[in-house]
Design a binder for this molecule. Sequence first.
Ligand code: FAD
Length: 397
Amino acid sequence: MERENFDIFVSGGGLSGLVAACAFGRLGLSVLCVDPQPPVTTQGDPKADRRSTAFLQPAKATLERAGVWPRFAPYAAPLQIMRLADAGGEAGEIRYLADFDAGELSDQPFGWNLPNWLLRRELLAQIAQTDNITLRMGVKTGRITARAAHALVSLSDGTQVETPLVVAADGRNSPIREMLDIGVKTWRYGQKAIVFTVSHPRPHNNISTEIHRSGGPFTLVPLPDVKGVPQSAVVWMETGPKAAALMALDDAGFTAKANLRACDILGPLTVNSPRNIWPIISQKADRLTGPHTALIAEAAHVVPPIGAQGLNMSLGDVQVLVDLLESGHSAGSPEMLAAYERARMPDITARVSGVDMLNRAALAQSPDLKALRLKGLQLLNETTPLRRAAMRAGLGA
Ligand SMILES: Cc1cc2nc3c(=O)[nH]c(=O)nc-3n(C[C@H](O)[C@H](O)[C@H](O)COP(=O)(O)OP(=O)(O)OC[C@H]3O[C@@H](n4cnc5c(N)ncnc54)[C@H](O)[C@@H]3O)c2cc1C
């Protein structure tokens, strides 16, 4: 059997795996990344990922160090203000509105938003220009055998890889996590997110707006204008049956419902993409490491799309691994993996619990809980130290 050597093997070429490959490649290490599914990199493809990612300040720093930010920057819409609105009543009128301005903390925006299909396109272009990163699409990770000095990874193309460090970026159902017998705790909410893009007559002014009602938030995230027309990405969270009913509507019926839910915040919305639907869960792995292996991203943690935490946490995982390698740890050594677990587990635990709590508050059905949600938002907005602490925590500080 053909056997190759790589400094790092990344299993999974989702956004996290691709960024990880770029970040490790930037250190001059030889990297192999495999994925059975070739990424979709064009907007018009029916299988395109319609989600967008709001990269918060720390994630941007990681992308800069990985050398990919200059590719993203021309397509990024800055997020200067996070607007949280509490809506209620049959007509869905806004009862309270709070603006959290990044200018209160620094001269930088909270984050920068980009479509996921475009991120994949740019990451592949970066990898194609980097000699020490090899990407094999249509190839699956099979059995992994840990030896003292390295791991032996069998691939579905019949080859074998010898590497001191396996990075499992193979998603929420991570086969590597299962192989290592690492358990997970999963929270289900009976909730789904519908994702699509819209154009609208009023400019978004770099404001990301989360409109909360029972069922979950309706979030409009700025995208760059197209031919002078303002655009936003929408994440609409609803209970499972309501989301299924919305997905079953024709375009006109769906647009009408979306406009009702958007409370006219940006003027009449025109839905201009197909809709994708995503199940919403929280999940946390019991451990982040096994012999010669580090779990990252959704293999390690999944959160509902509130406060743009998911992929941002994943880039936090990548950054810690990069820092450990840069500070002289030997790749995949027990010391490096223990340091990774120590550095990441407390932050992951706090964020998974925090986002779970926020999502439960957003789901609140009873009038008492809805009143509490509104009071909580008022308190947060009107108490300056609390407001600033919440903004810093959201940013990953
Ligand atoms: C509606 C929605 C909106 C979101 N918005 C934001 C946001 O604004 N900001 C943010 O930070 N996060 C956001 N997130 C979260 C973010 O999109 C995810 O965290 C991210 O896309 C997951 O990437 P991943 O690489 O971890 O996993 P995946 O994309 O699932 O990639 C895993 C890859 O592993 C591959 N794989 C599986 N098995 C194998 C195997 N045996 N061998 C090799 N490869 C394998 C799969 O084919 C897949 O390509 C959002 C999530 C949702 C649902």
